[in-house]
Design a protein around this ligand. Structure first.
Ligand SMILES: *Cc1c(COP(=O)(O)O)cnc(C)c1O
Length: 406
């Protein structure tokens, strides 16, 4: 891998990968092959023994995948990275590699839903206990640590409340107790936040989101700081098989080249929209790390380079307001996921969390008027116009002046 240590982040986005591609290709070629031939018996034996570097079988390592992994490791300031079939494949590979029966995990309460589920079901079944804490107060992490705590797992900003956890402080606390710190950095991307440089041990991303950035790939990645950990993870990944395929790795690598400029635009647009929403009479509250009203604004300013593209709002009209807003937006698309160039909007109470019922939603702190917005890179005036017209429909529906059949 080329050493790009002294280059700027945008330059690294464009140039990181493998030094030289075959035939002088400027772009990483897609090695769409499941297997690689050996020159002779001796070659095969030395590859398997790890005496010589080379490729054997795509589940074990593939050059296109490796190029993408190198690029992400460079962007995160890590030693090496491992491409996975999805963000959840990365998360489960991390848990299965690091944990065994009798171990304990401290996890942020505001994490991606399926992460909670994996800890509460699969990992629990294998004898791993988890304590969920509001990690935006680092002391809560300290209090939850037990003698058998092996992993401290945080997501910051957290899902969907966008609360911020102090990576540096939590890493110090965890390390005093010899626990390994894992950070889900999906919401920020390495363009805005580098947890490894703040003291964390392992970073994971859903590549599906900002890193690929074009909503056409499902993938994940693990970034580690040393060769020993890399080898451990590579072994699990090879055995369990949750790898990414060469074509998806190629697409992600292509997406990475524009990561820095995309993130800049996501941040600019989201800041404008968050400020505008804050002044809107139908909006009860706006959570966005770029607003001074965010409860952890100062910590955020210290640990990230920009507030990101995710906004969470609470509508005054609750469930019905959310429903009408969803059915009224034209440019924003109703969809789960995030981090693509196109803006998406989601109302958990009427959509993703509808079937669980109001009471269970309350328990999970999914309020009835909560709306999550993934701000894209469109012209911000168009996005604000769309939200304005949708909120005008909400106002009409709420005031009962017009019967709105939407
Ligand atoms: C989407 C997401 C994941 C899971 O990633 P997949 O690629 O969907 O498996 C994990 N963490 C966060 C924060 C996410 O947004």
């Amino acid at each position: 891998m080329k050493s790009h240590k002294n280059l700027g982040f945008q330059t690294k986005c464009v140039h990181s990968g493998i030094d030289e591609y075959e035939f002088g290709a400027v772009v990483p070629p897609i090695y769409q092959t499941s297997t690689f031939k050996f020159r002779d018996v001796k070659h095969g034996a030395s590859l398997f023994a790890g005496e010589e570097k080379g490729y054997i079988y795509t589940r074990m390592l593939n050059p296109t995948v490796e190029a993408m992994e190198n690029a992400i490791a460079a962007l995160e300031g890590g030693h090496k990275a491992l491409g996975c079939g999805s963000g959840m494949a990365a998360i489960s590979t991390i848990f299965i590699t690091l944990l065994q029966s009798g171990d304990h995990v401290v996890c942020s309460s505001a994490v991606y839903g399926p992460t909670t589920t994996v800890l509460n079901t699969i990992m629990k079944k294998y004898g791993v206990e988890t304590t969920f804490v509001d990690s935006s107060d680092s002391e809560n992490v300290r209090k939850a640590i037990k003698p058998n705590t092996k992993v401290v797992y945080i997501e910051t900003p957290g899902n969907p409340t966008l609360c911020i956890s102090n990576i540096e402080e939590i890493s110090k606390i965890a390390h005093e107790h010899k626990a390994i710190v894992v950070v889900d950095n999906t919401f920020m991307s390495p363009a805005l936040q580098n947890p490894l440089l703040l003291g964390a041990d392992i970073v994971m991303h859903s590549l599906t989101k900002f890193l690929n950035g074009h909503a056409d790939v499902v993938g994940g990645v693990i970034v580690v700081k040393d060769e020993e950990t890399y080898k451990q993870f590579r072994k699990t990944l090879n055995q369990l098989g949750g790898v990414i395929d060469p074509f998806n790795a190629f697409l992600v690598h292509r997406g990475l080249k524009t990561l820095a400029i995309r993130m800049e635009k996501h941040c600019q647009n989201a800041q404008r929209i968050a400020e505008w929403l804050e002044t809107h009479p139908l909006v009860e509250s706006v959570k966005y790390p770029g607003l001074k009203t965010h409860p952890h604004y100062q910590v955020g300013q210290k640990q990230h380079k920009g507030p990101g593209g995710m906004i969470t709002i609470e509508l005054k009209g609750g469930f019905e307001a959310g429903r009408v807003m969803m059915n009224s937006v034209k440019l924003f698309q109703l969809a789960v996921s995030l981090g693509g160039v196109e803006s998406l909007i989601q109302h958990p109470a009427s959509m993703t969390h509808f079937s669980m019922g109001k009471e269970a939603r309350e328990e999970a702190r999914i309020t009835e008027g909560l709306v999550r917005i993934s701000v894209g890179i469109e012209n911000v005036e168009d996005l604000i116009d769309d939200l304005a017209q949708a909120l005008a429909k909400v106002e009409q529906a709420m005031s009962g002046k017009v019967e709105v059949h939407i």
